[in-house]
Design a protein around this ligand. Structure first.
Ligand code: SF4
Length: 362
């Protein structure tokens, strides 16, 4: 996390990089208040590499805040307020972000928190009752202002104390973007970010990758979800094999390999890198290693073209071995690409058992 400058801030703003978060922070800045934006980062959201660019474009101080560990714990324990359509626990997510911001207030010398939520914009987390629950459970009722819809809500302690001027806040409501675009013009913001998105927990493609990690890895860490974000994913029971699609994914997987993991590389020709996860209590048998090596070979166009056996180096921890194998598709060896339908089915069954209502919001 970046160090705090000597001058204290008036406000900490939740800053995703979406238009609403930009406008909320800039409305505070326009009142002559000093504001710093907290950009939350986890395997599921956050683009810390864009912070310097955003700082220049929007004239805001921004810092990354890593919530990866806390977020994985939230997913494992199950969100109190349930999931949205996929694996997005939006209400609990907001509570986590706001309570993290509350803990950072003192460090930044700030007196209040602002967020870009707009009443009625999202069915799950931005209904009036959800906004109340979020404020109460994050313990920020007397600290939080939602500048874009403040005038649709009761005055907050922050406004009553004169820390922010309520008359300059807005009364946006619902899903329309017209008010926000007009406000951006008014504030001289010409670079309009595309509408929010970018939370991988709300995307089918990512969720199908995450589900087996949550269900089958004994104590998953943020690193496990970073692996799930990279390359092709295959599962054979509790055995997990990730295979790079390109050089970038190969390098990413190699960097993410733990000391006990198995790294598969082709010895004599170009091809992808495979990462086999091993955790305490799970050591791959020779048969599983050979099958994984054959699966890795099946993604080398050179090997497929030659149609003959090739050598795969398998390394990790004490393990050093060369496997000679013919390429075989992962599916033919029992390694399956996780499916979104399986996720949905299992999630429905679990939520039904837990008595949660499903899919009435998204
Ligand atoms: S979409 Fe993702 S980042 Fe946004 S509130 Fe929901 S869970 Fe959190």
């Amino acid at each position: 996390m970046a160090s705090v400058s000597s001058s204290a801030y008036h406000a900490l703003a939740l800053f995703s990089g979406g238009l609403d978060s930009v406008l909320a922070a800039r409305l505070v800045l326009a009142q002559g208040r000093r504001v710093t934006g907290l950009h939350f980062v986890s395997p599921f959201f956050g683009k810390p590499q864009l912070l310097p660019q955003w700082q220049d474009t929007y004239g805001l101080d921004l810092v990354p805040v890593d919530v990866g560990e806390a977020y994985v714990r939230l997913l494992l324990e199950g969100p109190t307020h349930g999931f949205g359509k996929n694996l997005n626990p939006c209400v609990d997510c907001k509570i986590l972000m706001l309570s993290t911001a509350r803990r950072l207030l003192e460090e930044y010398g700030a007196q209040c928190i602002v967020s870009g939520e707009v009443l009625g914009q999202r069915p799950m987390s931005q209904r009036r009752d959800a906004l109340d629950i979020i404020s109460r459970e994050a313990d920020v009722r007397d600290l939080l202002v939602r500048p874009l819809c403040a005038k649709k809500l009761a005055p907050t302690a922050v406004e009553e104390a004169g820390i922010l001027d309520r008359s300059q806040l807005r009364d946006f409501w619902g899903r329309g973007r017209g008010g926000q675009l007009a406000l951006a013009r008014e504030l001289g913001i010409t670079s309009i970010p595309t509408p929010a998105g970018g939370c991988l927990l709300a995307e089918k493609e990512s969720v199908r990758r995450y589900w087996p990690v949550l269900r089958r890895v004994p104590m998953p860490t943020p690193g496990d979800f970073h692996i799930a974000n990279a390359g092709r994913q295959f599962w054979n029971g509790v055995h997990w094999l990730a295979i790079g699609r390109n050089r970038e994914a190969n390098e990413r997987l190699e960097a993410l390999a733990g000391p006990q993991d198995l790294v598969f590389t082709l010895r004599d020709m170009p091809g992808p890198l495979g990462l086999g996860r091993q955790w305490p209590g799970l050591r791959w048998t020779g048969e599983t290693v050979r099958a994984a090596a054959a699966a890795v070979l099946s993604f080398s166009s050179k090997v497929k073209q030659l149609r003959k056996e090739a050598a795969v180096l398998v390394q990790g921890g004490e393990h050093r071995e060369t496997v000679i194998a013919m390429p075989q598709t992962p599916e033919s060896l029992g390694w399956m690409d996780p499916s979104f339908e399986v996720f949905l089915e299992e999630k429905r069954a679990l939520c039904k058992t837990a008595g949660q209502v499903l899919d009435d919001f998204g």
